[in-house]
Design a protein around this ligand. Structure first.
Ligand code: FE2
Length: 398
């Protein structure tokens, strides 16, 4: 059975030739009624890894359906990507204010803005749209916000990055979508970059394009590189401030000291390759969660490989936080430039499945408390870790 797909409408700001492969709308398939064993689902799974984002319009699915759909991509996964009902109990976690596990299906999170009543087991729930106000080192002035400027909030993938393996996919279902004029993301990093986008659009950057944009010498670093995440990284950064582009933290020595974190074990700390291999296309996606990285390891170039212009030819272990973040920023910033960001223009009942091991994403937009937004999000701690580059990739990119 072939599944009907059509390209997503790409905004005029996007470098369209580079994004021809990116994103598809799936038609004629009911995402609430998926048989994980069916040929139809296998086709959808292939399409997801090939195109990074699949969109279903006018979806109608319960939290139970959404959990089942998400689980189909990793049948032995069970718990939410950060563990069930953990974030709600952890006041220090930076995600504590924005995620609410739906009581019947705690793997599915209610996110959004404003107050909802009698909603999926909540008699009343105050939702809080993530904002750069409390998270970035600098903030837009009230006048700038009144003029329609906003920021990316946090570029990230959905992953605990401690104890739980990074989810393969995230499903995001827009039940109540706020209306309002477009806003303009300001980067405020001295480049003058700006991006006009629909109100509260979810912004996506491709890890595949992030890798492709690197100059040769940084591709060699990426293919040899691994990152080590901090223990309880979302608590670790809770006292620090983010960059104005939302792509990682400023380094001011404000992280929670390791001995002041909740109890942690070395064995649960995650070390992952910088590049994650796409299980269907074989492409390499630069997948590093910029906030949570503490250290970088780079392997030495093997004998016989040219060292001309090579960076870190003898390998390196970077443990200085500023050095770590500066290198990552240099590698990741090009791919969030306006022409490489796909902002999804939500319609009510859009369901998106995205390849969480192949893209980074960010909330955008500034909402007033009367602009109600209610989305259901599900991702599941994976049954395995991501695969890195293989021998052929090394030969090609060292
Ligand atoms: Fe997310």
């Amino acid at each position: 059975m072939t599944v009907e797909i059509v390209p997503l409408p790409l905004p005029p700001t996007l470098d369209a030739p580079k994004f021809q492969w990116f994103g598809r709308e799936v038609r004629g398939v009911d995402p609430s009624d998926i048989d994980p064993e069916s040929e139809q689902f296998k086709e959808i799974e292939r399409l997801l890894y090939k195109h990074s984002i699949l969109l279903f319009r006018n979806a109608n699915l319960s939290p139970e359906n959404q959990y089942a759909l998400t689980k189909a991509f990793d049948p032995t996964s069970e718990s939410f990507g950060h563990g069930n009902n953990k974030i709600e109990k952890d006041k220090q976690n930076i995600l504590n204010r924005t995620l609410r596990g739906i009581p019947r299906v705690p793997q599915v999170q209610l996110i959004g803005n404003g107050v909802v009543h009698d909603y999926e087991g909540f008699s009343e729930m105050q939702l809080e749209h993530p904002s750069h106000h409390t998270w970035h080192k600098t903030r837009l002035s009230p006048e700038e916000e009144a003029a329609g400027y906003t920021r990316f909030v946090r570029w990230h993938m959905d992953a605990a990055l401690y104890e739980f393996q990074p989810p393969r996919v995230t499903t995001l279902y827009g039940r109540i979508v706020p209306n309002g004029p477009k806003q303009v993301v300001r980067y405020d990093d001295g480049t003058g970059d700006e991006l006009e986008l629909p109100l509260a659009a979810t912004a996506y950057a491709s890890g595949k394009i992030m890798f492709e944009l690197l100059p040769r010498e940084l591709k060699s670093v990426a293919v040899r590189g691994k990152v080590k995440y901090a223990p309880h990284p979302y608590v670790w950064v809770s006292t620090a401030k983010a960059k104005s582009t939302a792509l990682g933290m400023e380094t001011e020595g404000r992280e929670v000291p390791l001995d002041k974190l909740p109890p942690w074990e070395e064995s649960k700390i995650q070390i992952t390759p910088m590049l994650w291999k796409n299980p269907v296309t074989g492409d390499l996606h630069f997948q590093v969660h910029p906030y949570c990285v503490a250290e970088i390891f780079i392997n030495a170039l093997p004998q016989g490989v040219s060292r001309d212009a090579a960076l870190y030819p003898d390998g390196a272990h970077l443990a200085d936080l500023k050095e770590v973040r500066d290198l990552l920023y240099k590698m990741q910033r090009p791919a969030i430039s306006p022409q490489f960001v796909y902002p999804h223009d939500w319609r009510e009942n859009d369901l998106i499945i995205f390849h969480n091991r192949g893209v980074l994403h960010s909330v955008t937009g500034t909402l007033h408390s009367n602009q109600v937004r209610a989305y259901h999000q599900c991702n599941l701690a994976a049954s395995d870790g991501p695969a890195g580059p293989d021998e052929e990739d090394l030969r090609k990119w060292l």
